[in-house]
Ligand binder design. Structure first.
Ligand SMILES: [Zn+2]
Length: 426
């Protein structure tokens, strides 16, 4: 090759090395920082980041790629703070722990991850599985699999016989005696060890089951399952690793202990009393309502074989609190983070939760903020996520129509960009 040819090639490499800009023309924009909805805006993306947000439609085809979202409302990628990405409850799912290998779980979970991303959820917090969730997170980050950014609790922590004891409902010879390595603790030493094991296993946060649960094969959904001292040991150890703690809780006593011990989020919070609401407001604890899970469980209660018989009375006991508790908690001013418990309800239907939240009295903009700004704060990534502004990850979604007027459009996400890569376009 002659000198001129080499020079030409160098120039070509230099040009292509400079990341191409993408201009998103947004008919309406909810940037989740200015408080309202803006008309005719342009988001400029370069690489995996937003480099500018400008008034009017800026940029031309000669300057970069143009994405026409003039007929849509554009907002930050959504976050679901409570999913179980590894599975989905249904007839037969209770026998899976005896049949499926980790690879089976992993390959199937890739489908759930993709559905979640395509529904506009560019980030999820996984609230407990077998540990496949850690590998899935890494596979997504490396680009092997399409899915949301995952912040995972890996395996959630229970006391013996508690909601997340993996040997519940198993015949005695198979029960064994799971301990901190398996996420089962009794006493403060176990509590510390279980958190440290989660750190070693690659978790991003800690989940505890502070009361009984509905979908586990055990009798009681509402009793307290940890002492305050155990939860305090979990929270203190979690802090050492920069983890926050999420506490599953239905009944009031276990919920109160978790709030007093300093957890960051209460999951479900079904039987929350006004006293606990006030305590949460005082301590800044967030509620993750997961209304979708209750609505879905009650819709399946009469389907033969869908749930093991021991679970049915618990659904009937707990779910009626959904319509009483959340309107009161929202009105009283408890801080709320969006979460569905997808896995109990189907993956990909996550956005239905917005409709339930608004029906329970939440303002649509507050509901959107609970899935954008609020999760970024809890997950400690506010410098990179939650709003649309310069320097943030280019995690951007769009819906047809105006969600502040009709919240159901949140279920019709027609554009998904994560880290500057377009996964879905109108
Ligand atoms: Zn859950």
């Amino acid at each position: 090759m002659n000198g001129l040819g080499k020079l030409f090639l160098c120039l070509l490499f230099a040009l292509s090395a400079q990341a191409q800009k993408t201009y998103l023309h947004c008919g309406q924009l909810i940037d989740c920082r200015s408080g309202g909805i803006q008309q005719e805006m342009t988001i400029v993306v370069e690489g995996n980041e937003i480099v500018e947000v400008l008034k009017g439609y800026v940029g031309s085809a000669s300057e970069g790629a143009i994405i026409d979202l003039r007929g849509a409302t554009v907002m930050p990628g959504l976050t679901d703070m409570h999913v179980h990405i590894e599975g989905e409850t249904g007839a037969g799912s209770y026998a899976e722990r005896f049949r499926l290998n980790p690879a089976d779980i992993a390959l199937r979970a890739t489908l759930y991850a993709e559905k979640t991303l395509m529904a506009g959820f560019t980030t999820v917090r996984d609230m407990g599985g077998t540990g496949v969730n850690v590998s899935l997170r890494d596979a997504i980050d490396r680009g092997y699999v399409k899915g949301p950014r995952i912040f995972t609790a890996e395996k959630s922590l229970a006391s013996t016989g508690g909601h997340a004891d993996p040997s519940n409902g198993v015949r005695k010879e198979l029960m064994g005696d799971p301990g901190p390595a398996e996420g089962v603790i009794n006493g403060v030493e176990d509590a510390r060890k279980a958190v440290r094991q989660r750190y070693k296993n690659g978790a991003d946060c800690i989940k505890i089951t502070a009361t009984g649960g509905v979908t586990s094969v055990s009798k009681n959904a509402s009793g307290p399952h940890f002492t305050v001292e155990e939860i305090e040991a979990i929270v203190a150890t979690a802090n050492d690793y920069n983890f926050h703690v999420a506490a599953h809780a239905h009944g009031p006593e276990g919920m109160k202990r978790a709030v007093l011990a300093g957890v960051t989020t209460i999951e479900h919070g079904t039987m929350m009393t006004p006293e606990i609401m006030d305590l949460m407001i005082e301590k800044g604890t967030y509620l993750v309502p997961t209304i979708s899970a209750g609505k879905y469980a009650i819709s399946k209660v009469e389907t033969p074989g869908f749930y093991p018989p021991i679970i049915i009375p618990k659904i009937l006991e707990v779910v009626p609190f959904v319509d009483k508790t959340y309107p009161e908690a929202f009105k009283r001013g408890v801080k709320v983070a969006f979460g569905t418990d997808a896995g109990v309800a189907p993956h990909g239907d996550n956005a239905k939760e917005f409709e339930y939240m608004v029906a329970a009295g939440m303002d649509p903009m507050q509901a959107i903020l609970s899935a954008t700004v609020v999760p970024a704060t809890i997950l400690r990534v506010s410098d990179k996520a939650g709003t649309l502004e310069k320097g943030k990850w280019a995690d951007i979604v769009a819906v047809p129509g105006n969600p502040l007027e009709d919240i159901s459009v949140m279920s019709k996400v027609n554009f998904v960009m994560k880290g500057g890569v377009v996964y879905k376009a109108p």
